[in-house]
Design a protein around this ligand. Structure first.
Ligand code: ANZ
Ligand code: ZN
Length: 821
């Protein structure tokens, strides 16, 4: 007799060892027929280790990988470490351990935890972005970008976090605060390396259409890129003090409203402001400009803030009607968008409406529509921003606003006063960080030759060991203090020169890591081009929604650049994306649902769960917790429920194994349950409804318990194969105990027979004395007596007939039951 006890601790580690010894998770990339590349967003190994929220995505992608493997695909499922950058460095500083050391020990700890989840990672392909063999290529890409004119240096006002003591990209500023620490972000002028991601704006936008990504992620990217079609219109501006005039361009998405422009607004930073301001207004203008400098762009563009501004004393001429309109400055116009100047149309733009109301500037309606909101006196109550018919617009009166856009622009073009124009919200990417723990930017600054890239053969530029790695706060990175590292001779002229001391942002290494997994040891290129052409793109990428813009946009940009220089054959990195929901917890104090995080003190450790219930229980519960794309609440009861289910299933299988002669044949009812399970599990897996795929097993198990004869061999086998992606240790153990051939991992995925899914119940009508009184569901082969019993369980029918005895009962099988009381 085999022991029936369900004790996962007895076999889970054993199977992990066996898989590893046999190299079962190694992917032979030389075989690319039926290749499948399934990838997780790799973690940065923080000091606090993993909690049960982390593996939700790892388990999902592992179940999917295992499923695809059983389906006969050659699956590449790698894992690695996002090791450079702010999070790692801040953590190191907090603990006063050199990041070199702390990152290494964090990774060891993380890897141990991760390995306990039983995922089929090919650890031979493990990568680490802070490894010189890796960042050699991160630097190489930068050099290529520099040579292509995509990396350039510029003095820019940047987002500066005083607490992290570094500049941040626009994408790293969340609600005016630092993405990492939440401190308010201020503006500061610094010489920065920039990447010209804007050159790719159009392609980044267009190619989104072909990606199999969640719609919400695509929308976030589209809005971030922010494409606007419109026109640039030339206004002549007359300075108050001199007779000289200037041409000022404004960008508008609504050229059809040109006749309603009653004033012009320049951004306070607009270079023309100083020149055109009148003597009388100068003081006021200057002090307003100083104030504006202190505000962030986000504060300035908040819709609900009170509009402020100052008249410059100058006037502009509207090119369509030669009307003279005043020129103002206001901080709601940003220098970094369009041309930094606008024509203000208060009747049809809400910000302009508020501004005009406050400063008593004229509001002239030029688009008429019944949906415009009016005051009692017929004036506009708010700006009407929709479409309508042009009015007060001279020869264009009566034209629809949509046609008007084109016709006015055509007219401006004809007169040399404007042109069609497309603008993007996307800005170039501020790429330098004044921090230690990152890839050194591989550039040498030579007083004679300027910016000289480090020759490709000399890469990587190693990050030197330092004693003081804390940020300096001076705007220079700690690397600037290491004289013998900084001072080099210029690769071009041999003269004395200095290294760039800024480092790359944390995103640099993760922009291209998918490529490195394909040929992690390749030392001739960042990826073996032949393997790349066969293994890219990533077929399934799994990660958190928080990366919708930052990482996912940067990685697409890098891939497109690498495509353009011929380094790769694929233009998009991630064909299909799945965004996993968070694991939350209900606060004991407030009763509110909170994200699980160390700072909230509400984390559940996966190690504890695994020790108590086993890895498989954790895996299955991570999926069962809720629809995978939604946030879901952790529940200890839920984990026990899954444990009980596995225990019951274990006992069912062991009971079969222990039969004297193991049952072969099975009843039709059991066959139907088996095929139903195969169908449901497969269908729900394919549609990424992992939680209901788990319920399909539970439904099977519940229904099976009502069947007296239980499972036969085929059902036991199919059940174990279907369970394998979810609970691989469990099924490997039972497969072996049952003495089935080979391993559960190698069996092929069962197929359902549709004939067993045909409905076994039918609907029949019930009549009382020939009058229709309702319908009921009955088994197809039920006889008159059984059908009558079922009919009397129906309250509505019972009310009409009482419970008998009856004069007559007539059953026409499969159609109708007639009762005559
Ligand atoms: C006149 C007008 C009339 C406008 C109207 C809108 C409605 P998006 O869609 O975001 O591209 N604008 C242009 N440059 C600006 C800047 N640097 N700072 C602040 N606002 C700026 O918006 C384009 C519109 O925003 C432009 O069209 C301009 O106002 C304003 F009935 O021009 B519009
Ligand atoms: Zn030089």
């Amino acid at each position: 007799m085999m022991q029936p006890d369900f004790l996962p601790a007895n076999y889970e580690e054993k199977w992990q060892r066996i898989w590893q010894e046999k190299g079962l998770h190694r992917c032979d990339t030389s075989q690319s027929e039926r290749k499948y590349f399934c990838m997780d967003m790799f973690p940065y190994a923080s000091g606090s280790g993993l909690h049960v929220g982390h593996p939700r995505g790892y388990v999902l992608s592992d179940v999917w990988s295992r499923y695809m493997k059983i389906r006969g695909f050659n699956v590449l499922h790698p894992m690695g470490w996002d090791a450079f950058g702010l999070p790692a460095e801040n953590d190191a500083i907090k603990k006063r351990i050199n990041p070199r050391i702390s990152v290494k020990s964090n990774i060891e700890k993380f890897k141990q935890q991760l390995q306990r989840f039983g995922c089929m990672y090919d650890w031979d392909r493990e990568i680490n972005t802070s490894d010189p063999d890796y960042y050699r290529w991160t630097q190489w890409i930068f050099v290529k970008m520099f040579k292509a004119g995509l990396a350039y240096r510029q003095m820019v006002p940047i987002n500066w976090c005083d607490s992290c003591k570094t500049g941040l990209a626009n994408e790293e500023v969340i609600n005016g605060g630092c993405e990492r620490c939440g401190s308010p972000v201020v503006r500061r002028d610094l010489m920065q390396w920039m990447l010209r991601i804007t050159r790719y704006a159009d392609r980044l936008l267009k190619d989104l259409d072909d990606l199999d990504w969640p719609e919400r992620v695509k929308t976030l990217q589209r809005n971030w890129i922010g494409r606007s079609e419109g026109a640039e219109v030339l206004f002549r501006v007359f300075a108050a003090t001199s007779s000289r005039d200037h041409d000022v361009r404004v960008f508008t998405t609504r050229p059809d409203t040109l006749f309603g422009a009653t004033y012009m607004v320049l951004a306070p930073e607009h270079p023309l402001v100083a020149e055109i301001a009148s003597e009388k207004q100068k003081e006021e203008v200057d002090s307003y400009r100083l104030q504006a400098r202190l505000k962030s762009e986000l504060q300035r563009s908040a819709l609900d803030k009170e509009k402020t501004g100052v008249f410059t004393g100058a006037y502009a001429v509207n090119p369509v009607n030669n009307e003279k309109i005043p020129v103002w400055i206001s901080d709601y116009v940003l220098m970094t968008y369009g041309t930094g100047a606008i024509m203000a149309v208060p009747a049809h733009d809400q910000r302009d409406f508020e501004f005009a109301t406050r400063f008593r500037l004229p509001i002239r309606e030029v688009i008429s529509s019944p949906s415009a909101e009016k005051n009692a006196d017929g004036s506009l109550a708010t700006a009407y921003e929709g479409e309508g018919v042009m009015v007060n617009s001279g020869e264009f009166n009566g034209v629809s606003s949509i046609d008007g856009r084109r016709r006015i622009t055509d007219e401006l073009i004809r007169r040399g006063m404007g042109e069609f124009k497309v603008n993007y919200k996307l800005r170039d990417w501020v790429f330098s960080r004044q921090r230690y723990w990152g890839e050194p930017i591989p550039i040498i600054l030579c007083p004679r030759c300027g910016e000289v890239p480090v020759p490709e053969a000399e890469l990587p530029v190693l990050l030197p060991d330092v004693e003081h790695y804390e940020p300096t706060g001076t705007g220079e990175s700690p690397l600037a203090a290491i004289d013998d590292w900084v001072n080099v001779s210029c690769p071009q002229c041999g003269g004395p020169a200095k290294r760039e001391t800024n480092t790359m942002p944390q995103w640099a290494g993760s922009c291209w890591y998918h490529l490195r997994y394909i040929s992690p040891a390749c030392d001739k290129a960042l990826v073996d081009p032949e393997l790349e052409s066969r293994w890219m793109p990533v077929d399934q990428y799994v990660g958190g929604i928080e990366h919708a813009i930052l990482h996912l946009l940067y990685a697409r940009f890098y891939q497109k650049f690498l495509f353009d220089i011929g380094a790769v054959r694929w233009e998009e990195p991630y064909k299909r994306l799945f965004c996993i929901g968070m694991v939350t917890r209900r606060s004991e104090k407030t009763g509110r649902i909170e994200k699980m995080s160390k700072s909230k003190g509400n984390v559940v450790s996966p190690d504890d769960i695994i020790t108590k219930f086993g890895t498989d229980t954790l895996r299955m519960y991570e999926l069962f917790i809720g629809p995978p794309e939604q946030d879901s609440e952790w529940s200890d009861r839920g984990i026990i429920g899954v444990y009980r289910f596995l225990k019951r299933t274990w006992e069912l299988v062991i009971a079969w194994v222990n039969q004297e002669s193991r049952r072969e044949e099975e009843s039709d009812a059991v066959k139907r349950l088996r095929h139903r399970m195969i169908h449901d599990v497969t269908d729900r897996l394919e549609s990424f409804k992992f939680n209901t795929a788990v319920s399909a097993f539970m439904e099977f198990s519940n229904a099976l318990s009502l069947q007296p004869e239980g499972m036969g061999r085929e059902t036991v086998q199919d059940l174990l194969v279907l369970l394998t992606p979810f609970v691989p240790h469990f099924t490997c153990e039972l497969w072996q105990r049952a003495g089935f051939p080979g391993m559960a991992l190698d069996a092929s995925w069962p197929r359902h027979d549709p004939r067993f899914l045909l409905d076994s119940e039918i609907e029949i009508g019930v009549q009382v004395k020939g009058k229709f009184r309702g319908s009921i569901m009955v088994p197809k082969d039920a006889d008159e007596k059984a059908v009558l019993a079922l009919a009397l369980k129906d309250a509505a029918i019972l009310r009409h007939v009482g419970d008998g005895p009856f004069r007559k009962v007539i059953y026409i099988p499969g159609r109708i039951l007639n009762i005559i009381p």
